[in-house]
Design a binder for this molecule. Structure first.
Ligand SMILES: Nc1ncnc2c1ncn2[C@@H]1O[C@H](COP(=O)(O)OP(=O)(O)OP(=O)(O)O)[C@@H](O)[C@H]1O
Ligand SMILES: [Mg+2]
Length: 444
């Protein structure tokens, strides 16, 4: 979100509100002024893209009442209160009600700018995460984020829809960067729990005590209520479930058993195992594994998604090209083959990275996709090139599609030019385009 943050200035004294406004405007803020709290309230709503600076002593509704009203509109709008000189009890009371901070008159303008900066930053974070949550809770939008038409992706989509509608805990397994977290969001968003809470906890990021309190409580005063309670009716996602100690596994099992059937809080456990010889089953105690794994989703590695690699590379490099204001790289036939054969140990996250760097290279006019793949691949883990389990036919088809797609693009949809370059009769070209769902109108 790049929208400028606003600052609403509320003061009954005209000179005062104007000088505050001028000062903050000079510091680059977008200000608006109100002579009384009543007027300001009319302009505020829960998504107000900014913060409020208000005097405390005002005729009519005073600053304290105003503050309480604002907290009712949106408890997270930062409000900076201006108190009279030496009015400590007022300031304390304002902070207790939830003011962001206070400024004592006569105030230091630099401190005002500084506070305004911090408050607008906090506001921006709140609004951004809200927007993200809204986007994420829109199941349709999320499913669209899952790019790919390979059979393994189609299966994954069906799994998400089926399991999303069902109740019961879920175990998601897959290599790093395959989209496990995205799948967990989608699972929540497509089901009946979509409008309930979604709480995500990275088990490996918290020490045992903190994790215990976060999951089961009792929470300290400054901590959110325990996740399993917080997400009642909704979903708790436990990332890196393999990091749970035996003690925590036992506590989780107890918590699950206490919930009864069907569980009020759905637990979606994500297992991220890098070592080839370990499985989720081998690191979790059997009874917990059995409980969590009532439904299982396997997110396939990129190298098992066939042509999706090319599809995603093209769409990602187009996105990056737009972002950087340059052209997307044209993928040569040879490069397409390299993309299809690369082992992709970092999966989609790696593909995103390669696409971005390919666009940047293209802008500079240097480098090749092959060199990016080489520098990216961890050649100790797997051989650099692999045809692992992929039938030749799949390769050849993916390759053919890519080639026609690229040539059509280069010739802006001129069938004749493409026929000539690829030495194909018109009829064959038409058949192949139909087979690969390529449409001439997309290239014009
Ligand atoms: N099918 C997909 N289509 C498009 N983008 C995807 C797809 N799957 C994942 N992504 C994107 O790839 C990136 C990695 O996904 P995500 O973080 O969900 O992976 P992960 O398996 O949870 O990784 P980690 O093991 O590191 O936790 C994200 O930016 C995500 O939006
Ligand atoms: Mg993840």
């Amino acid at each position: 979100m790049s929208q400028a943050m606003k600052i609403a200035i509320v003061d009954d004294e005209r000179d005062m509100r104007q000088s505050i406004s001028q000062w903050l405007a000079l510091s680059g803020f977008d200000t608006e002024t109100f002579p009384c709290a009543e007027d300001a309230l009319k302009a505020l709503n829960a998504d107000y893209p900014g913060i409020i600076v208000s005097d405390i002593k005002m005729p009519g509704m005073d600053g304290m009442q105003f503050l309480k009203k604002i907290k009712g509109v949106d408890s997270s709008i930062p409000v900076i209160m201006i108190t009279g000189h030496g009015d400590v009890p007022m300031a304390v009371e304002a902070m207790r009600i939830g003011a962001f901070d206070f400024l004592e008159k006569p105030f230091n303008p630099d401190r005002m700018t500084d506070l305004a900066k911090r408050a607008t930053q906090a506001r921006r974070l709140t609004l951004d995460s809200r927007a993200l949550r809204r986007e994420l809770s829109d199941g349709g939008a999320l499913m669209k984020k899952l790019v790919g038409t390979s059979p393994s992706m189609e299966r994954l989509r069906e799994d998400i829809l089926d399991i999303g509608q069902a109740d019961g805990h879920v175990l998601i397994e897959g290599e790093t960067g395959t989209g496990k977290t995205l799948v967990a969001h989608a699972l929540h968003a497509v089901g009946a729990r979509a409008n309930k809470k979604f709480v995500l906890i990275a088990c490996s990021a918290l020490d045992e005590d903190t994790l215990g309190r976060r999951l089961f409580g009792p929470a300290r005063e400054d901590e959110p209520i325990p996740a399993i309670e917080e997400a009642r009716g909704g979903t708790v996602v436990l990332e890196d479930i393999e990091a749970l100690s035996p003690t925590m596994q036992a506590r989780l099992l107890t918590a699950i058993n206490e919930q009864g059937q069907p569980a009020e809080t759905r637990i979606v456990a994500i297992c991220n195992l890098q070592e080839q010889d370990k499985t989720c089953e081998s690191v979790l105690r059997p009874d917990l594994f059995y409980r969590l794994g009532a439904m299982r989703i396997n997110v396939p590695p990129l190298r098992q998604r066939g042509e999706d690699v090319l599809l995603m590379f093209t769409s990602l490099s187009e996105q990056f090209a737009e972002e950087y204001g340059c052209d997307a790289p044209q993928v040569t036939a040879q490069e397409a083959a390299q993309l299809l054969q690369a082992p992709w140990p970092g999966n989609i996250r790696q593909l995103i990275n390669v696409a971005e760097r390919a666009v940047l290279q293209n802008r500079r006019g240097t480098g090749t996709i092959a060199s990016l793949l080489m520098s990216e691949s961890d050649d100790t883990a797997r051989p650099a090139m692999t045809t692992e389990g992929k039938p030749l036919k799949e390769f050849v088809e993916a390759f053919e599609r890519m080639l026609i797609d690229n040539t059509m693009r280069r010739h802006k949809g001129s069938i004749v030019a493409v026929m000539e370059e690829l030495c194909l009769p018109r009829r064959t070209l038409n058949e192949k385009m139909a087979k690969y769902a390529l449409q001439r109108s997309d290239y014009l």
